[in-house]
Design a protein around this ligand. Structure first.
Ligand SMILES: C[S@@+](CC[C@H](N)C(=O)[O-])C[C@H]1O[C@@H](n2cnc3c(N)ncnc32)[C@H](O)[C@@H]1O
Length: 330
């Protein structure tokens, strides 16, 4: 797109006004916010600065970059792919087209997990601040790493295992963990669900085959691969139905990874395996906290049967949609 003369001598107020009207005409949702974020990104400034310097001129190079980004946004690319970032739990995460853009509703999952852990501590008679001391946590389908990293920040003594089937996503998650100085406490593992996750640094007593022989203590995870080990398993799995594909916003449908979106034809197909693996890997009293799709609850709730799970609870999001289901392993 070539820049008009007026575009090359814009001040901030005019640039913003043009951006907003361009995005409004292209039917972009939250067009004012999107124009603002793109301008902030190009100028490397914060909101307070741009609103207190409306007369400041922007350079022709900045104007060119800004209008190029507006054109891409108008064509459907998510703002976060253009700025390369999204805030979650008060932290800034790098995002690329390889990972799901963290959503605000996923913060409910963090809140429920922390509340449930706190209740467990109180029940056990420990009332001190929750640091996560001794806790082993798994995040299945970590994507950008937002859940694992938020939990690592909140529980500075916990050990976290974060899996994803996408190695490209794990690269971003690892970078985010480094950015937030928690990379030493999160192990990122390319795995289908929890299949490749083995306890690190844990010691397991493995009986010797020969009758009457003493047991051996192994550091190796091999024979303890499927041992109940975790105190908390969390996941925001892919839960959109393929049948809903055409109803999705183009920003989501055409730009976010399919692996992160679709849970199957209906959307809730992932939960059965997720719950079965979690049942096998949680310690007695361990917690499972899962994000739900808008129509997942009727399919998911019956999977948390009373022979294996107790204290099943559902939390609605701000729109009143059942968004998180939590349960305790018997
Ligand atoms: C809905 S995204 C959630 C990403 C991130 N946890 C969040 O809340 O923003 C689901 C993630 O699960 C991953 N995934 C899909 N199938 C998987 C599987 N079989 N095992 C592990 N991860 C899987 C996807 O690659 C994607 O990163």
């Amino acid at each position: 797109m070539s820049m008009s003369d007026s575009q090359s001598h814009l001040d901030i107020r005019a640039a913003l006004k043009q951006g907003i009207s361009q995005l409004r005409e292209a039917h972009v949702s939250s067009f004012t916010l999107a124009a603002e974020l793109l301008l902030l990104h190009v100028l490397g400034r914060d909101r307070t600065w741009i609103y207190s310097h409306p007369e400041e001129k922007i350079s022709p190079a900045e104007a060119a970059r800004y209008f190029a980004l507006l054109a891409r946004r108008a064509a459907g690319e998510p703002t976060q792919h253009l700025t390369g970032k999204q805030e979650f739990w008060g932290l800034e995460f790098e995002v690329t087209p390889d990972v799901l853009i963290p959503r605000p509703e996923t913060e409910h999952l963090i809140e429920v997990a922390l509340d449930r852990l706190a209740v467990r501590e109180i029940r056990a008679g420990r009332k001190q601040t929750l640091t996560g001391e001794g806790l082993q946590i798994a995040d299945i389908g970590t994507g950008s790493g937002c859940i694992a990293i938020a939990l690592a920040k909140e529980l500075p003594a916990a050990t976290i295992h974060a899996t994803d089937i996408s190695s490209a996503a794990l690269t971003i998650a690892q970078r985010n963990a480094t950015r937030h100085a928690v990379a030493d406490r999160i192990q990122f593992i390319e795995s289908n669900f929890l299949e490749k996750v083995s306890p690190v640094g844990a010691r397991y007593i493995v009986p010797l085959q020969s009758q009457g022989a003493n047991s051996e203590i192994h550091e190796s995870p091999v024979t303890s691969h499927q041992s109940p080990f975790f105190d908390l398993i969390v996941s925001n799995p892919p839960y959109v139905g393929r049948r809903e594909k055409e109803t999705l916003d183009r920003e989501v449908r055409d730009h976010e990874p399919e692996l992160a979106l679709y849970g199957g034809e209906e959307g809730y197909e992932f939960y059965a395996e997720l719950i079965a693996q979690s049942a096998a890997r949680l310690k007695p009293g361990g917690l499972l906290v899962l994000e739900l799709g808008h129509n997942s609850l009727p399919a998911v709730q019956p999977l948390l049967d009373a022979t294996t799970w107790t204290n099943v609870g559902v939390t609605n999001d701000l729109a009143g949609i059942p968004r998180v289901i939590a349960a305790e392993r018997l």
